[in-house]
Design a protein around this ligand. Structure first.
Ligand SMILES: CC(=O)SCCNC(=O)CCNC(=O)[C@H](O)C(C)(C)COP(=O)(O)OP(=O)(O)OC[C@H]1O[C@@H](n2cnc3c(N)ncnc32)[C@H](O)[C@@H]1OP(=O)(O)O
Ligand SMILES: N[C@@H](CCO)C(=O)O
Length: 312
């Protein structure tokens, strides 16, 4: 499957009052627009609009005869502006918050004449942006499915992103080192200890776990821009959805957490569920059981497939 990048161009004034020429890129998969229900998927930190097909980051979930079946749905995915996938980078990244990205995605939907969605799904940072979108437009979607994320950045997440910021702003392999620290936030002690068992890699003269971390640092360095990572980290630090507005969301809400998530802990997502329940929202809570932590939403496909199949 090969789908092209499309662009929507407009001027946008950020919350910080900077006017920026935006070129919002997106990809469409499956059925032609307006011939089928539309599912918008918001990508996570280092993801992009290429959600399905050979190199699709969620090809286990999205595709022909997959749970998100492109024979049934039109799947739309925007690139978070400045992620570099469309060669567009942002230097003044601190001008943007998740609220700005939500406004930009909503403008994109409006330019495409999409007034309502069958489902809005977002993982991690993409889920944070999705929360900001539904808070701004409570009738936007029939189903709202935020995965491994919350409607705001809590202290713990902010603290991890602060360490990321320190690493990204120093000169010695900034992106590689930040990714190595981030991998520890995306996994758990048990995930690493069970997998690597203190095994030593004779060739590399280091623990297998260290080799794996270095591999991931270098792999991201090869495929990602430092400016883009700084922006994404800054956005993660600035998810700040208006709590009053989320109580007005009309969609059926399905919160999906990972029981071992160190980044967006399940206990916070459960608290959000309780709060929405008290407000009589149509809300459900699902939990992925995994030793792998936050990244389980990219690993535990059997569980995720079952959960999402029962929702759609
Ligand atoms: C969510 C979004 O919006 S998109 C972003 C999602 N994608 C990413 O985060 C990309 C980075 N990838 C990852 O973090 C992980 O690969 C995951 C989460 C996708 C899967 O995790 P795991 O199942 O633990 O995979 P793991 O990290 O061991 O291996 C991934 C690849 O790295 C390779 N690899 C891992 N460690 C090493 C090493 N030490 N030396 C060489 N290669 C290695 C594996 O062989 C594998 O290669 P393959 O994909 O060609 O088969
Ligand atoms: N590991 C994933 C998810 C982080 O939330 C990424 O790099 O995008």
């Amino acid at each position: 499957m090969k789908t092209e990048l499309n662009y929507i161009n407009f001027l946008y004034k950020t919350h910080s009052k900077r006017e920026v020429a935006i070129s919002l890129s997106y990809q469409l998969f499956g059925q032609d627009l307006f011939s089928a229900p539309i599912i918008l998927i918001n990508h996570a930190l280092t993801g992009n609009s290429n959600v399905a097909g050979e190199k699709g980051w969620w090809k286990q979930l999205v595709g022909e005869n997959k749970i998100i079946d492109i024979n049934t749905y039109t799947v739309l995915c925007f690139n978070i502006i400045g992620n570099g996938y469309d060669d567009f980078l942002i230097d003044e990244y601190e001008d943007f918050t998740c609220e700005d990205i939500a406004n930009i995605f909503l403008k994109g939907l409006s330019v495409l004449n999409i007034n309502s969605l069958h489902a809005l799904i977002g993982g991690s940072l993409g889920g944070g942006i999705a929360w900001e979108m539904v808070a701004k437009n409570p009738t936007l979607t029939k189903l709202f499915i935020p995965i491994a994320c919350d409607f705001k950045t809590h202290d713990w997440l902010h603290a991890q992103c602060l360490v990321q910021k320190f690493l990204l702003n120093q000169n010695d392999e900034p992106l590689q080192k930040a990714r190595i620290h981030a991998m520890l936030c995306y996994r758990t002690p048990e995930s690493l200890n069970v997998r690597f068992q203190n095994k030593y890699n004779e060739e590399q003269q280091c623990l297998e776990s260290e080799d794996w971390l270095r591999y991931h640092g270098n792999a991201l360095h090869k495929r990602y821009h430092l400016e883009a990572y700084k922006l994404m980290n800054h956005l993660l630090m600035n998810i700040n959805t208006d709590e009053k507005m989320i109580k007005k969301i009309e969609a059926q809400i399905h919160l999906i957490s990972v029981d071992s998530d160190l980044f967006f802990p399940a206990c916070e997502i459960r608290m959000c569920y309780e709060m929405l329940k008290r407000e009589n929202r149509d809300v459900f809570y699902h939990e992925i059981k995994s030793i792998h932590g936050h990244d389980a939403f990219l690993m535990e496909y059997e569980q995720l497939n079952t959960i999402i199949k029962n929702i759609l």
